[in-house]
Design a binder for this molecule. Structure first.
Ligand SMILES: NC(=O)c1ccc[n+]([C@@H]2O[C@H](COP(=O)([O-])OP(=O)(O)OC[C@H]3O[C@@H](n4cnc5c(N)ncnc54)[C@H](OP(=O)(O)O)[C@@H]3O)[C@@H](O)[C@H]2O)c1
Length: 287
């Protein structure tokens, strides 16, 4: 039995679907029992902040896909899951982390994920502790959904840092990495940093959306504080966006983020999806 955490989210939905396709027995931890999931998934209500609910969800579970939000609660939620999983006799936890953890960035999101990783390593070192694998993907292609409303209503994209190029990754491929690691041997104690097949600037991504829609889209560069105000109004986590934008200004990030890495194809056995392929599957959100 594999427990999927974050099954209602962008990556977790794909993890769940791909595990079912692979014939695995899947349980999902959800906060809202009414969450729309495949009837083949066994749904368990719980919360990463509530250790009792985790103990119940982990009973009989062999492996876990661990998705925490990347917000300030991440270290505590990773620790809650790791310690309860150890008590429940779980064998392997696959944690979705972030690329910034790879180079030890001091930005908040990377720091929170690194703290979670550290706890998983400590718990694994206890007798019978669950093995870990850390997935450290780069920026998701799906982040461009933030622009959907602006494109639909104004034909414009307002963004702060339109450089550098980033090898953005399709969330389906993040899920495919997780599913490969959960269903094939030899991934315990490994960290995988990976991204997509081509490095694209914001301007290039906007250009591709415009071409696919067959209409012009104007890219308007705005100062970071103004962008953060808009993000906050839209109900997004400004701290996480601020971190992302802060990283874009780091020289090391600018060098690292554009690298096209062979890791995904080596682990999964096929090339990662292109941005055009992601776009073809999601074009309606911009119409
Ligand atoms: N976006 C990027 O470019 C990027 C790049 C690299 C890594 N990452 C990492 O990827 C992760 C985000 O993945 P995503 O975009 O798939 O997430 P998402 O779509 O925001 O989904 C978050 C999921 O976590 C669940 N959740 C939230 N709080 C919970 C709690 N207290 N207990 C149990 N479940 C809870 C949500 O369930 P509900 O339905 O109950 O809300 C939802 O299923 C973060 O760790 C982030 O740092 C993101």
């Amino acid at each position: 039995m594999i427990l999927v955490i974050g099954a209602t989210g962008v990556v977790g939905r794909h993890v769940t679907a791909q595990l079912l396709e692979a014939g695995e027995d899947v349980r999902a931890l959800v906060r809202d029992r009414e969450a729309a999931l495949s009837p083949q998934v066994k749904v368990v209500q719980g919360d990463l902040g509530d250790r009792e609910s985790l103990a119940a969800a982990l009973s009989g579970v062999e492996k876990v896909f661990l998705l925490t939000t990347g917000g300030p609660e991440t270290p505590l939620h990773d620790a809650n899951l790791a310690t309860t999983a150890a008590d429940a006799g779980v064998k392997h936890i696959v944690k979705l982390s972030i690329i910034g953890a790879e180079y030890g960035f001091s930005d908040l999101v990377s720091t929170w994920h690194l703290a979670g990783e550290r706890t998983l390593r400590q718990v694994a070192a206890r007798p019978g502790g669950p093995a870990w694998t850390f997935l450290r993907p780069g920026e998701f292609m799906s982040n461009v959904r933030l622009w959907a409303n602006q494109i639909k209503t104004q034909g414009k994209v307002f963004w702060a840092s339109t450089e550098p190029a980033v090898a953005v990754v399709d969330p389906r491929d993040v899920a495919a990495m997780a599913v490969t690691v959960l269903t094939t041997p030899g991934h315990e104690g490994k960290t995988y940093r990976f991204g997509g097949p081509e490095a694209l600037t914001v301007a290039e991504r906007v250009g591709k959306i415009a071409a696919a829609l067959g209409r012009d889209i104007e890219l308007v560069e705005v100062p970071i504080p103004a962008l953060l105000g808009a993000v906050k109004k839209a109900g997004r986590q400004p701290l996480v966006v601020e971190t992302t934008l802060g990283n874009l200004g780091r020289e090391e990030f600018r060098i690292q983020a554009k690298k096209v890495l062979p890791v995904f194809a080596e682990v999964v056995g096929r090339p990662p999806h292109t941005f055009d392929e992601w776009l073809a599957a999601h074009l309606d959100i911009f119409r």
